[in-house]
Structures are given as C-alpha cells and as structure tokens.
Design a binder for this molecule. Structure first.
Ligand SMILES: C[S@@+](CC[C@H](N)C(=O)[O-])C[C@H]1O[C@@H](n2cnc3c(N)ncnc32)[C@H](O)[C@@H]1O
Length: 340
C-alpha cells in the first residue's frame, strides 16, 4: 500500500469506540485549561512527515501540538492520537475539537501500537510521530511525583490510573543492587551504588514518603553540589521515572512494530530527550532495505526555539522513510515457498 492509499480505509473514523479508546469521561476531573506544553520542533516534525491525504499516528499526543500541525498541514490528513495519560488526552481533545472526526483519541501506551491499530481495523498508516518523555504539565503537577522541586507522593506513573507500581513500590520491591543498576543504567549516574544505599536506608528508617524525602536522601549520599548546572537528584529521578513507566521497553516495542505498520513511502519522526532513547531510534532506522534515513545526524532545535523553550535544548529529532515492504533477498526466499 502506498503512503497515500489510506483514504481507502472505509468507515475508520465512525466505527464504535472500543473499550480502550478514550472518550471524554476523564475530562470531568481534569483541569484542561491549565495544560500548557510548548511543542518542540513543530515545524521540523511537520516538514519531515510531509502530511498528505492519509492516516497518521501521533504516538504521544500530549497537549496536541504536533497533531494540530499535521491536521493543519493537509485538509485530508487524519490523525490517530495516542497517550497513556487521560489528562493529556482531555487537553488535546479540547484543543483539537474544531477538527471533528479527523482525529481519534486512543488511551493506550504506544508499546501497544500493533494491538491498537488492530482494534481500529487499520493495517498500515501513512506516517507516525513521537515526542518522547513527559510533558511540562506532568512535571509541574506535584501529585504526579515526577519533580524533585515539588513535594508530592513518590508515584511517577504517566498514567496514575494504571495498575503498574509506583516509584515507592518499586524502591521497596528491589534489592539495593537492583536499585543501583536502575539508577546507573537509566540515569547514567556514576554514583548509583551510594545513592541506592542511601535511598534504601531512608526507606528502612521510614523516612521515604515524598519526592522531597527522595531528594534529601540523594543529597545525603552525594552532597548538594550541582555538577554542570544539574541538580544532584536529576539523574536518579529520571532513572526511576523511566523504570516505573518502562519507557525504553515501550520504545523498543513501538520501533519493532513500525516496519510492518508504516506504508511504503510513509515517514516516521521521533524526538528523544536522552541518549538511551536516541540510541534505540538510531539503531532501529539502520535496518537496511527497510528505512531510508532522512536525518544522517539528528536534528536539533534552532537558536530561536532553544532561547524560548529550554526543554527543546535536549531534543534530538530523527526521521526515516519506509522503503519497500521486504528486502529483495527476503522476497527471493519467500518465493521458494513450498521448499521451506
Ligand atoms: C512531550 S509530551 C508530548 C507533547 C506533544 N507533542 C505536544 O506538542 O503537546 C509526551 C506525551 O507522551 C506521553 N507518553 C509518554 N510515553 C508514552 C507511552 N509509552 N505511551 C503513550 N503515551 C506516552 C506522555 O503521557 C505525554 O503526554
């Protein structure tokens, strides 16, 4: 199927909303007017996707900035918008109301990309964007427990309604060594062992309940000095958030599903915010005969954007175009059919 052939999807946007497809009920509890997230590299993502008549996926709709840009760029583009956070979906729905049924909201982790498309009866899409990590409202909401600047419960889940464990439950479940490994691997923190021991001691002393307790415990282990302008708690908070939300696993699942779900000629644009994510994206796009890489080096935000949106400074955008369905060698092998 070509990237333009998606218009042929009959009735996609008027089919019955499925159990996991998000509807507006979460909006009642959500203060959507307070959702302010500055979209990163909007122009670059839109140009890379080159929206046309077809169905696109925004794997991380957040406040809806990228989805809006796609819908504005082409009057016959449609978007399936994923997020695992009901508050984000509520905000995006409010912002994108004017596009009516050109956008469908789906509450799901994007690691379930395959299953989500199956449930909507879609085989392939014309393109996908993902703007990884957390949004500003998620960081700013003390109740989410993601920021060491605000006192909140040690939760850190992007979907607080999920059954997955909270950061506190994770800390309580693992051993000192496992905690150190998480902090080292996902936070790239060299002082992980010292920090893990201190956190577990705080837990044993019944001194670990909130984000500020966690920061105090980290500071007790490594001191209050900011290295390179970075708070001593930054890496450990990042590590725990990544572990709680299984962020790398989610990304791996999404990347693995892309080759069979992006139509030939379709484009993918992924923004990552740390090297662990960027490495996975780079490696996935290196599969020869599957992707034509459009960004030999990752694109970064321009000076103007970096000046007004600090979050954009660590953004790296990689884009690729889907090549032929199967590599030539594979096609040859398949034609042998009965001999296999
Ligand atoms: C950086 S924000 C996206 C902002 C959006 N592009 C905009 O312009 O408003 C990232 C969003 O992705 C969501 N998210 C992160 N990981 C996810 C996952 N594995 N599955 C679904 N949503 C995820 C978060 O809940 C958050 O709302």
């Amino acid at each position: 199927m070509s990237a333009d052939a998606q218009l042929a999807l009959p009735g996609l946007f008027d089919q019955t909303v499925q159990e996991w497809v998000w509807t507006e009920d979460v909006g009642e509890e959500t203060e959507v007017t307070e959702f302010v997230h500055e979209t990163v590299m909007k122009r670059e993502v839109t140009e890379a996707l080159a929206p046309a008549a077809g169905v696109f996926v925004d794997a991380t709709v957040g406040g809806g900035g990228h989805t809006e840009a796609i819908l504005e760029a082409h009057p016959e583009a449609r978007v399936i918008a994923f997020d695992r956070d009901s508050a984000a979906l509520a905000a995006a729905q409010a912002r994108l109301e004017r596009f009516g049924d050109r956008v469908t909201f789906v509450k799901t982790p994007f690691g379930r990309f395959d299953q989500a498309l199956d449930s909507l009866g879609i085989r392939e899409v014309s393109g996908l964007c993902a703007d990884l990590g957390v949004s500003s409202p998620q960081l700013d909401d003390a109740a989410r427990g993601m920021s060491f600047r605000r006192e909140g419960p040690l939760d850190m889940r992007m979907d607080p309604t999920a059954t997955e464990e909270t950061a506190l439950e994770l800390i309580a479940r693992v051993t000192d060594e496992e905690l150190a490994d998480i902090i080292f691997r996902f936070g790239e923190e060299r002082r992980s062992r010292r920090i893990a021991r201190s956190i577990r001691r705080s837990l044993a002393d019944n001194q670990l309940h909130t984000t500020l307790d966690l920061r105090r415990s980290i500071v007790r282990a490594v001191g209050p000095v900011r290295v390179g302008g970075v708070d001593p708690a930054t890496r450990t908070f990042q590590a725990l958030r990544i572990a709680v939300n299984r962020e790398l696993e989610q990304l791996e699942q999404l990347l693995a599903a892309l080759p069979s779900r992006i139509a030939v000629g379709g484009r993918v644009a992924i923004i990552s915010f740390h090297s662990l994510e960027d490495r996975l994206v780079k490696r996935a796009f290196q599969v020869k005969d599957t992707w034509s890489v459009l960004t030999k080096k990752p694109m970064v935000a321009g000076d103007e954007e970096s000046a007004v949106n600090p979050r954009s400074r660590s953004a790296k955008l990689r884009c690729s175009r889907r090549l032929a369905r199967e590599p030539a060698a594979q096609q040859g092998r398949l034609s042998l059919g009965p001999l296999e």
